[in-house]
Design a protein around this ligand. Structure first.
Ligand code: NAD
Ligand code: IPM
Ligand code: MN
Length: 372
């Protein structure tokens, strides 16, 4: 790999390869029309890697990911591998990437496009103009805490256990990302945990408060229990700006937030590591949705979450904000023009054009052409 735009593409399973194909068209367009080129390596992850190599991520692919300037990830998992041994489940491939690349900050923006206000399950006045950023801690908490496993306990019962564990530095570093980002937005952070019942919640609240006092007192900080936040996100989502929370709460709350925008098929994410001496971060860009086995292989998946993940990559890894804006504008305009994949066919569908994955991808590329 010679250039400074080495990209590893990991399409994965289910709809992953389908939506990634549409992003490939945009990558090709960007190379031709905007001179935004990449040296691309492709590899397997998830069930696809398990079938070929017997593991959900090969050591070779892991090494390539660690050396790449960015990783573009599709999705993993599916019924075919549901019975795989726990350590070999497709999802372990993604978890290994996050852990070994130390991608502790997962940025999950949820934005409501004006054209999709009716696709939301909430009333238009509740969601119109919504623009929030959920920052999910991604390399610790109950996803990784030890001990974890299953055994037969002293009473002879089968017992399974996971451990929710956080260190103070792990909490501080993800909260710092939230404060920094809030300064570029509405200067407001909501930190969420369950300090009323969990030791990790108490520590989380203490560390967020300390860090705020030491370095970020110009930013408004509030705290809310995660269950109450789940409710408030549906009652009045526009009251929030940046939300920072742990690995599991962040996973759940971001799926919930996707329905404010209309579909899980719309939400991108950036998983970021700490900046090195030159300011570069390891990074992986992944839609928040999964492999959608119910629609996989049918050409029905919405490629927008994957497309917007690519746009986040342009912005966060390669400082190509203008090109990222262009991709985002193209997506917005295509929605304005009425293009809808099946997941967006809710509410008022007068005048919409029902399309599949490829037609949506083609419409976005055509719009990029028009914009350039
Ligand atoms: P899912 O996100 O795959 O699907 C949930 C629902 O949303 C389904 O009805 C699906 O059809 C729909 N959906 C998701 N993405 C869509 C898109 N782009 N366009 C249109 N509709 C879309 O979640 P699930 O069904 O709970 O999980 C399926 C598999 O995916 C599991 O193996 C799970 O572990 C895995 N998963 C992987 C990731 C990832 O790779 N990042 C994320 C979540 C789930
Ligand atoms: C996500 C997914 C993953 C998670 C799974 C596939 C490991 O649900 O990225 O939101 O739980 O983090
Ligand atoms: Mn999830």
């Amino acid at each position: 790999m010679a250039s400074n735009r080495n990209l590893l593409v990991l399409p994965g399973d289910g709809i992953g390869p389908e939506v990634m194909n549409e992003v490939r068209k945009i990558i090709a367009w960007m190379g031709k029309k905007r001179a935004v080129g990449f040296d691309i390596t492709e590899d397997l992850v998830g069930g696809a890697a398990l079938d070929k190599h017997g593991v959900p991520l090969s050591d070779d692919a892991m090494k390539t990911a660690l050396e790449a300037d960015a990783v573009l990830f599709g999705s993993v998992g599916g019924p075919k591998w549901d019975t795989a041994d726990f350590s070999k489940k497709p999802e372990r491939g993604l978890l290994r990437l996050r852990k070994e690349m130390d991608l502790f900050a997962n940025l999950r923006p949820a934005k409501v496009f004006d054209a999709l206000v009716d696709a939301s399950s909430l009333k238009p006045e509740i969601v119109k103009g919504l623009d929030i950023m959920i920052i999910r801690e991604l390399t610790s908490g109950v996803y990784f805490g030890e001990p974890r496993g299953r055994h037969v306990n002293a009473a002879g019962e089968v017992e399974a256990f996971d451990t929710q564990r956080y260190t103070a530095p792990e909490i501080r570093r993800v909260c710092a990302v939230a404060f920094e980002l809030a300064r570029k937005r509405k200067n407001k952070v909501l930190s969420s945990e369950k300090a009323n019942v969990m030791h990790t919640g108490v520590l989380w609240r203490e560390e967020a408060t300390k860090l705020h006092k030491e370095k970020y007192s110009d930013v408004k900080l509030e705290h809310m229990y995660a269950d109450a936040l789940a409710m408030q996100l549906l009652r009045a989502p526009k009251e929030f700006d940046v939300i920072v929370t742990d690995n599991l709460f962040g996973d759940i709350l971001s799926d919930e937030a996707s329905m404010l925008t209309g579909s899980l098929g719309l939400l991108p994410s950036a998983s970021l590591g700490a900046p090195d001496a030159t300011g570069r971060r390891k990074a992986l860009y992944e839609p928040i949705h999964g492999s959608a086995p119910d629609i996989a292989g049918k050409g029905l998946a919405n490629p927008i979450a994957q497309t917007l993940s690519y746009a986040m990559m342009l912005r966060y890894s390669f400082d190509l904000g203008k090109d990222a804006d262009m991709v985002e504008t193209a997506v917005e305009n295509v929605l304005k023009a009425g293009y809808r994949t099946g997941d967006l066919l809710v509410g008022n569908t007068d005048g919409v054009k029902k399309v599949g994955t490829q037609e949506m991808g083609d419409a976005i590329v055509k719009e990029l052409d028009r914009l350039s």
